[in-house]
Design a protein around this ligand. Structure first.
Ligand SMILES: Cc1cc2nc3c(=O)[nH]c(=O)nc-3n(C[C@H](O)[C@H](O)[C@H](O)COP(=O)(O)OP(=O)(O)OC[C@H]3O[C@@H](n4cnc5c(N)ncnc54)[C@H](O)[C@@H]3O)c2cc1C
Length: 498
């Protein structure tokens, strides 16, 4: 519980920083008088705390907002949007601040940033219209959501990094170790409350009322575009009794065989939906490493059978089934696995938390994603090219293969998440220093362009937003989706987003 509990402590710290002089002077700045009735902190660039509050997870890029507003309720959000519209300023929402290109800060300077951190209530309703549901404030981080729901015996399927914000995450899809069995985070949204571009609060945006097309657009097409979501109603699931965490290491030379097994993951005998695997090929200090971490939503015996199934798929006419150098199974409670996966997703910082606005642990990195479709898979030539790139690129770089399939691939005409035919998502991440950054980013961009055009689908995953894609507007959504969403153009936020 330690890691997740410390998220609460840091939230408290953030509250303390912000409450310093909170009531008396913060809201009285002359800059934008129409913000003066906002109850939460309104912080301008000349405020001593401002700089530390705009530093988010990835410090490779940063922008300076014109003002940072911490809404404490929906009324604050409404006032902020109306003020932005009347003063002809752009406004953007920030939840966890994890957008790789800083779209939580508007992706440019001089935007009004509406931070929802303090809209962070979570209430569980059992047997609500025959379902277990939770109302979740848009300012919650995933760690907090897992922690609070676990106390009631439930969870939602979402990512494993505890500091990611629920709003940006779920609005753009949101996959994690439970997705193959329970779907994406966005698939589990039942309804939402949102403030639109005119400052109207739209309550209960659902598939069954007149907001159905907005409901569709919000569930999976990426955050920031249609309004500011304040609350979600999620379907929640009883936590599995036991789960098994798996960790395997291989000789990097066996990458061809292991990717062959990933290519065949959905071919009979297919891996169960209860099995989720993340394979990582990484170059660190000039050495290539190959590993898998995974989770089986059941006991160790069944997990072992699943790994055996995977490894049997590595056999070729010329090569025997491969054996891991290291193999570890840990049967755990659900919440223990949340903790284990959290630390394997992001190394613990000194404070073991990731409220970066308070804990100054940051990374400089560039991410590109590639979606490999069902029935296709990577060719041997593609893998050779990837290995060559990893060996040559002058910064620590990894390719992570996240196995999708299962429920993630269920088509659903109430969701705008279009990537329903993906076998795995490759996340190419270069970690760099400030000095090396430009060189490294150029290399990864050039390679990405080549690799995507030759070996993978045309699409990228919008939650790992990448502003260096040549045609990002179509490479994360389809034309159909654009047209459907245009039906709600009048509710679009002033066009700051993307
Ligand atoms: C370390 C790390 C690990 C990750 N792991 C995963 C993973 O396992 N699975 C996965 O699917 N993704 C993962 N992601 C990607 C992550 O889901 C996206 O970056 C997501 O958009 C982050 O949401 P946020 O709220 O933290 O970010 P923010 O920067 O706050 O917001 C991201 C976007 O959403 C918009 N937005 C935020 N709040 C709202 C709101 N209330 N209403 C409307 N729009 C809003 C913002 O304007 C912005 O455009 C990871 C990212 C990082 C950095």
């Amino acid at each position: 519980m330690k890691l997740i509990k410390q998220l609460d402590i840091v939230l408290l710290l953030l509250r303390c920083i912000l409450s310093f002089n909170f009531i008396e002077n913060i809201n009285s700045s002359p800059n934008l008088p129409c913000l003066s009735s906002i109850e939460g902190p309104v912080i301008y660039p000349d405020d001593i705390r401002f700089q530390s509050l705009i530093i988010d997870y990835n410090i490779r890029v940063n922008y300076t907002p014109s003002v940072l507003i911490y809404a404490i309720n929906e009324a604050d959000v409404i006032k902020a949007v109306k003020c932005a519209v009347n003063s002809q300023n752009g406004i953007i929402a920030r939840s966890g601040g994890h957008s790789n290109e800083k779209y939580g800060l508007g992706g440019r300077n001089d935007t009004i940033v509406l931070d929802v951190t303090f809209i962070n209530d979570i209430t569980v309703y059992k047997d609500h219209r025959n379902r277990n549901v939770a109302k979740i404030g848009a300012g919650n981080r995933l760690g907090n959501v897992y922690n609070k729901l676990n106390q009631e015996g439930f969870f939602i399927p979402a990512g494993s990094c505890p500091s990611v914000g629920i709003a940006g995450h779920a609005l753009g899809g949101g996959y994690g170790f439970y997705g193959r069995e329970y779907g994406l985070a966005c698939d589990n949204i039942i309804s939402m409350n949102m403030v639109d571009a005119k400052g109207n609060l739209l309550e209960n945006i659902e598939s069954s009322n007149h907001y159905f097309d907005l409901f569709f657009a919000l569930r999976g097409a990426g955050g920031g575009s249609y309004g500011i979501v304040t609350h979600f109603l999620f379907e929640i699931h009883p936590i599995p009794e036991r789960v098994t965490y798996m960790s395997l290491e291989f000789n990097a030379a066996q990458v061809q065989q292991l990717i062959k097994a990933f290519n065949e993951a959905e071919i009979n005998p297919r891996l169960e939906n209860k099995t989720t695997l993340r394979m990582k090929l990484e170059k660190k200090r000039s050495i290539l490493k190959l590993s898998i971490i995974g989770l089986y939503l059941g006991n160790r015996k069944r997990a072992e059978a699943e790994i055996d199934k995977l490894l049997t798929k590595t056999e070729t006419t010329h090569e025997p089934k491969i054996k891991p150098i290291l193999l570890e199974y840990v049967e755990q409670t659900f919440f223990e696995s949340v903790e284990t996966l959290a630390t394997s997703s992001e190394p613990p910082s000194p404070l073991q938390s990731k409220y970066e606005v308070v804990s100054p642990v940051h990374n400089i990195f560039k991410v590109k994603t590639f979606l490999v479709k069902q029935g296709e898979g990577l060719t041997r030539k593609a893998i050779d090219e990837l290995v060559k790139f990893l060996n040559e690129v002058p910064c620590d770089t990894s390719a992570t293969f996240e196995l999708w399939g299962g429920k993630i691939n269920h088509r659903d005409d109430t969701s705008s998440f279009i990537h329903r035919d993906v076998l795995y998502c490759i996340i190419l991440t270069s970690e760099t220093s400030k000095e090396q950054s430009t060189k490294c980013v150029d290399k990864i961009n050039d390679f990405g362009r080549y690799f995507q055009s030759k070996f993978t689908s045309y699409y990228s995953y919008q939650n790992f937003i990448d502003r260096d894609l040549d045609d990002w507007e179509t490479s994360v959504v389809t034309e159909d989706h654009e047209n459907t969403c245009k039906g709600h153009m009048d509710t679009l936020m002033p066009r700051v987003m993307l």
